[in-house]
Design a protein around this ligand. Sequence first.
Ligand code: ATR
Length: 275
Amino acid sequence: MDLYGLIGHPIGHSLSPIMHNEAFASLGIDASYIAYSVDPTELPEAVRGLKALGVKGFNVTIPHKVAIMPLLDSIDPLALKLGAVNTVVIDQGKLIGYNTDGLGYLRSLNQILPKPLEDSNVLIVGAGGAARALFITLDEKKPQKLDIVNRSFDRAETLIKGSAHPENHTIFTYEEAEVVLQTYDVIINTTSVGMSPNDSEQPLSLNTVTAGSVVSDIVYNPLETALLKEAKAKGCIVHDGVGMFVGQGALAFEHWTKQQAPEKRMRQVVLEALA
Ligand code: ATR
């Protein structure tokens, strides 16, 4: 049996084991995925242990996504650019780091986009760690417009400084953004606003949004956030947070097994676990 896993601290009620074990089972792969809580002081020993045990690959979550980097033999260029690793492949004793968060998100977004990303105007809400992965990944795909709305201007500015063309990106206050939403085809919430138990909160009001545009939320607890409820009522296409979670998992699965991930089944089992 092949072994895979997840390291984080605390590991909580991660849905990754359910999702990956279902993916292995549905493809008839003899493998098992286990979540391990690893204290930050023990990260090097834990990584050496995973390698010694013959584990073939693992996911990395908070707080180890940056600290894992010096412990790896090589790092994929996108993960280097993002400055964080969420997936490790162990191949012939070598540890190779990837980051599937941004591309996983994009993979699920692409499935519902009404027009190609290159022709779309995109607004990212927030400028934290999650926003960074999405901003850098989306920026590489060169959407028509890629702008940011955030409470603190400085954080948004730091984010766009990483772009090849910072002058092409506008930073809005929430007040400014709320009156120009009709100019965006895709609006993505990357903040935790609206996450349970604050279900009734939303990062911005969608008064000026155009029906048919996409509203995406990376929050998946609750599955239908207040933001997505308003988006649905306004005739928008909604993209929930399970999309990003399954997308990053599907890409990690493919790095490990070199087989196409059973994405529909993975989404289904995650939705069942959340219900
Ligand atoms: P993560 O790594 O999950 O993205 P983070 O780095 O703490 O978390 O980033 C949180 C993001 O949510 C930031 O954009 C933050 O805005 P500021 O940079 O202005 O702090 C945003 N955020 C958090 N709580 C918020 C709130 N109540 N209203 C608006 N934005 C909020």
